[in-house]
Design a protein around this ligand. Structure first.
Ligand code: HAM
Length: 415
């Protein structure tokens, strides 16, 4: 609701500006898509798909779902609209509501808003990873949000080598599973289940009593293949070169299946346990998995609700007062003058309140104050006759007389 929507608009405008300087164009996605798309892209075993999606049967009995995230839809659009023929890479961003049936709490909602950005096609050089990360950090900096922290990791790739031997992430997951089996009895029920279904997710646990055990587990860094290790090292070098500060977190595995190599998350203060304001990473196999040509991809999504909360907590959520000018008028001649003045001021971009009926000046000034107007323009018959108008600053009550001719220039300057 207003006035908070002003802040939402400012955040989105800032994203459009910053992303625009990197050549991103905006894509508008459907709010629902075939369930199959999300199941394939995000992964059928993930919490998002298996527990949190709002799915329903369409009249032709196909299952459709409200989008839980934007990456799958953007990749679907890339394939469907032949974007592989465009100059690569294609840089797309999107804004809008996403839906997940999570337990609602501060910073976690069933309808929430994301600002999403994706770079599709081209090469998988870490030059792209580091630039995408730099861009989102510049966005947070531009908003003036203090205490933003970037965490990075590489989760390798999930292919096998030629003789079928497990390498890179698969070798790691196997080693992790073996290690977890040995300490299983020290884990809670959720983590015990994950040892079977998805050992990587155990690393996400925030349960106090599991932390010491998790710290003893093998780390992905020791299992990365030479190419993935090189990619990660080069990305870190390029982040340094760009002046982007980061912390490495070997436990950053992310809750969606499509990631490979680079993963990252950004946290902000003032949010309690839901402190991730952005998550992202590389997903080179995804477009091919969805039926498109082999295509590289990397991107992120910002949780806009959380970002707004964090800005407000940091005292950076202020929005401009409700009106620039309130025109207090009384008398028939003053009405004509007031209408003309309102037209001119609005044409100059000022936010003007012109009461539809005349009001006694005392009442009008009270109303102007309630609306948070910065200036009141006082127009009675006397002012109209003399062409000398009164402008009152509502903050300190000071008044001055101005000529009709200088009205727009003067108020524009003041505002
Ligand atoms: P994600 O980590 O699931 O990633 O979501 C990104 C951000 O959305 C989170 O960091 C959080 O700020 C916000 N978010 C998620 N769920 C909720 C919720 N229930 N309520 C409020 N905010 C929430 C993705 O969605 C990936 N598609 C990101 C991506 C894009 N990776 C590559 N490209």
């Amino acid at each position: 609701m207003p006035p908070e929507t002003e802040l939402w608009n400012r955040v989105e405008q800032t994203a459009r500006e910053v992303f625009g300087t990197h050549g991103f164009g905006e894509i508008r996605l459907p709010v629902f898509e075939p369930t199959e798309l999300f199941a394939r892209a995000v992964g059928g075993e993930t919490d998002i798909v298996s527990k949190e999606m709002y799915s329903f049967e369409d009249r032709d009995e196909t299952s459709v779902s409200l989008r839980p995230e934007a990456t799958a839809g953007i990749c679907r659009a890339y394939i469907e609209h032949g974007m592989a023929q465009w100059p690569q890479p294609v840089k797309l961003c999107c804004f809008g509501p996403m839906f997940r049936r999570e337990r609602p709490q501060k910073g976690r909602y069933r309808q929430f808003y994301q600002i999403d950005a994706e770079v599709l096609g081209g090469s998988d050089t870490p030059g792209i990873d580091s630039e995408v990360i730099e861009m989102v950090m510049v966005f947070f900096e531009r908003l003036g949000l203090p205490g933003v922290q970037l965490e990075i990791n590489s989760i390798g790739h999930s292919g096998t080598d030629t003789d079928g031997k497990l390498v890179c992430r698969r070798a790691y997951v196997e080693a992790l599973r073996v290690a977890l089996e040995k300490v299983k009895d020290q884990l809670g029920a959720d983590s015990q289940r994950r040892v079977e279904t998805n050992p990587l997710r155990v690393l996400d646990s925030k349960l106090e009593h599991e932390q010491a055990v998790i710290e003893t587990l093998p780390r992905i860094g020791e299992y990365l293949c030479a190419d993935c290790a090189k990619h990660y090292a080069e990305m870190k070098r390029l982040l340094d070169l760009r002046g982007v500060k980061y912390r490495e977190n070997w436990r950053l595995v992310r809750g969606l299946d499509y990631y490979m190599r680079t993963t990252f998350e950004i946290t902000a203060p003032g949010l309690g346990s839901q402190n991730a304001v952005c998550g992202g990473g590389r997903y080179d196999g995804l477009i091919e998995l969805l039926g498109g040509p082999p295509t590289k991809g990397i991107g992120f999504a910002i949780g806009e609700d959380r970002l707004i909360l964090s800005l407000q907590e940091a005292g950076k959520g202020g929005v401009a007062a409700g009106r620039d000018v309130y025109i207090a008028w009384m008398g028939e001649k003053a009405q004509a003058t007031a209408i003309a003045a309102a037209q001119k001021l609005r044409a100059a971009g000022l936010r003007v309140e012109l009461p539809a009926t005349q009001q006694k000046f005392g009442k009008a000034l009270g109303q102007a104050d309630k609306l948070g107007a910065r200036y009141a323009l006082i127009l009675g018959d006397e002012e109209v006759a003399s062409g000398q108008w009164t402008v009152k600053a509502l903050a300190d009550g000071s008044q001055e007389k101005i000529n009709e001719a200088e009205l727009v220039e003067l108020l524009k300057k003041k505002v």
